[in-house]
Design a protein around this ligand. Structure first.
Ligand code: TPP
Ligand code: MG
Length: 603
């Protein structure tokens, strides 16, 4: 857990114990590794990963047995998932809170195929995870007829290699141990990302001819933290010290509270305007007077555009898309650019998620958390100069129709002073609805734009937050919820408290705006934009889908006045340890700025 969470670690371990009491196998009395997969299980334990989210399959029945009967289903403990996409999404959400890799396991080629989008989301989000997969016996003489042949593919890792940091298919138990340690090490080293180890069924099930000599696993996973380069810091400090209109683009940063406070100190030292991005986790106090406009995704707030256009020095703290942001701000950005990032180490030829190549005048090739304190020290003393004074404005609420802004307003009031983590936000969300005042107030979006990630990511985040005293709350679009809905059962079964509120516009509404734009450009009727988009006739009873899986379902809420009392009941259920889902029927619509940007003829 980040430093800020240490005080709650006692409560946290009590909640781990509650999960550990579930799914207990009878003791098998096995205390020495006897098979290839026992060696793999030992290596998994050496990674010190508490959970492995999985959907089972014969290709890894050897490993499955080792986790249950050799490790006793402990560290890692299995978390059964109904779909591989949610298994990997749960590991993704866990990493978004803790910054550390959880594990997942998927069955041979078909399970991996189900998991691909979740890999991609985690990859684009730079989140670590170790995924174990398997293949039918590589040695064809050991294959069962038919099934082992269809579930064996040459170079299975090719399915996910374009969006995975590293993968391997080790050929012996000792090589598999090395692969697992390397997978953990690489996943957790910045720039972070998923890794994949494909375990040959034959290798897993092989009886060990002799005991495997133990190793000191820690020595094979050395901390590889990058330090801020002194020369670059000196140049950057000189540029920033003399800047009249500095801007900080606060992007991919950690959930650490000390690092958060240092970013605030840096902004105040420089009197810099700060822009944040709702695609990634909270990076700055959004109601700080220096924060420019509401946090937004691809459509920048007007205050942010103004700050970027008039800036003389821009400091990017691993901002996801510097070049695209400059383009959105109108192009002619004249500022000198200081870039703090190690992201370039990850870029490959398959995925363009690295975005446009930005102009950079000073490159500080380390993580933002390492650069900020050194930069502050290099700047020397100085204080808050004339701070821009702004008052935080919440969105104005429509008088009659229930909109997503009403949902946000009532939810914020219902949550009140409780420390709350928004584990996911719908595409319809208005960034002005909710101030972020702590790095765990919001953990960012799905990373790769893969709809359906919201529920699984939220279950993983709620797992990491269990016992921390923070209330995990997800706001999902109905499309997102429906694609990932079976992740709920895992939360219900393992008693992971979580509130999911559905901004249910009964539509894949994002694409209605795309069809509207095409209709405008082509001079065709925009009133047809809904065809092939609306999820109605019949409306789906989303609360019933929650109840069917052991969660508590509320709604549909259709009246503004019912929002507050319903949220109060749902929060009480979550505080009593349940998973609660509230179906809120909102008017279809995005913020005026997003709608205008998406339907504009020129893009
Ligand atoms: C897996 C996947 N399928 C399709 C899309 C295209 N897409 C982007 S947003 C969106 C609509 C999502 O609907 P919902 O979650 O209900 O959000 P809304 O736009 O209605 O607020 C779709 C289908 C996608 N990004 N990912
Ligand atoms: Mg929708």
């Amino acid at each position: 857990m980040p430093n800020s969470q240490h005080d709650s670690s006692k409560k946290q371990s009590a909640s781990d114990a509650a999960i550990a009491s579930l799914d207990r196998p009878v003791p098998a009395g096995v205390n020495a590794a006897g098979f290839g997969s026992d060696v793999v299980a030992d290596a998994m334990r050496a990674l010190d990963i508490p959970y492995i989210a999985l959907n089972p399959g014969a290709s890894y029945r050897g490993l499955h047995d080792s986790i249950v009967n050799y490790l006793g289903n402990e560290r890692p403990q299995m978390l059964l998932c109904l779909h591989e996409e949610s298994a990997v999404a749960i590991a993704h959400g866990y990493a978004k809170v803790t910054g550390r890799a959880m594990a997942a396991a998927v069955h041979s080629n078909v399970g991996l195929m189900h998991a691909t989008m979740a890999f991609f989301n985690a990859w684009c989000d730079r989140m670590p995870m170790v995924v174990l997969g398997a293949t039918g016996p590589v040695d064809a003489t050991k294959r069962r007829p038919w099934i082992d042949w269809i579930h064996t593919a040459r170079d299975q890792g090719a399915l996910i290699r374009g969006y995975t940091k590293w993968d391997d298919q080790p050929a012996s138990p000792v090589a598999a141990r090395e692969a697992v340690l390397r997978a953990g090490w690489i996943a957790n080293t910045a720039p972070r990302g998923p890794t994949y180890v494909n375990l040959d069924a034959g290798m897993q099930e092989e009886k060990l001819a002799e005991p495997v000599a133990p190793i000191d696993a820690k020595r094979y996973m050395p901390e590889a933290e990058s330090a801020a380069p002194a020369e670059a810091i000196k140049y950057a400090a000189a540029l920033l010290r003399n800047a009249k209109h500095p801007v900080i683009l606060a992007g991919r940063v950690s959930r650490d509270l000390d690092a958060w406070n240092l970013r605030i100190a840096l902004a105040e030292r420089l009197n810099a305007r700060v822009v944040t991005d709702i695609k990634v986790g909270a990076a700055f106090l959004t109601d700080h007077p220096l924060h420019a406009g509401a946090p937004s995704g691809s459509v920048l707030a007007p205050e942010a555009v103004e700050a970027i256009r008039t800036a003389d020095v821009i400091l990017s703290l691993d901002w996801v898309d510097v070049a695209g942001t400059f383009k959105s701000a109108g192009g002619n950005v004249g500022a000198k650019v200081v870039q703090v990032s190690v992201d370039h180490h990850l870029h490959n030829g398959w995925s363009m998620d690295y975005q446009g190549l930005p102009p950079v005048d000073v490159m500080i090739a380390c993580e933002p958390d390492a650069a900020v304190p050194v930069l502050l020290a290099a700047l020397g003393p100085g204080g808050l100069r004339a701070v821009v004074s702004v008052t935080h404005e919440f969105p104005k609420l429509a008088p009659d129709k229930l909109t997503v802004d009403h949902l946000a307003d009532a939810l914020r009031r219902a949550v009140g002073e409780r420390p709350t983590t928004l584990t996911h936000l719908s595409l319809s969300w208005n960034g002005a609805s909710w101030p972020f005042r702590h790095p765990l107030d919001y953990i960012g979006s799905n990373g790769g734009g893969g709809v359906g990630g919201g529920p699984g990511i939220s279950v993983g985040a709620a797992l990491a937050l269990k016992g921390s005293g923070r209330l995990p709350v997800a706001v999902c679009g109905d499309g997102d919820f429906l694609m990932g809905v079976t992740a709920l059962w895992t939360a219900a079964h393992y008693k992971i408290p979580l509130l999911i509120v559905i901004a249910n516009n009964r539509s894949f509404f994002n694409d209605e705006l795309h069809q509207e734009r095409v209709a405008r450009v082509r001079n065709r009727p925009i009133e047809n934009r809904w065809v092939g988009q609306r999820i109605s006739e019949p409306d789906i009873d989303l609360a019933a889908m929650a109840r069917a899986q052991g969660a508590q379902g509320f709604g549909p809420v259709t009246a503004i006045g019912d929002l507050g009392p319903t949220f109060a009941k749902a929060i009480a259920a979550v505080e009593a340890g349940h998973v609660a889902v509230v179906d809120v029927r909102v008017e279809p619509g995005y913020t005026a700025a997003t709608t205008a940007a998406m339907t504009r003829k020129s893009q």
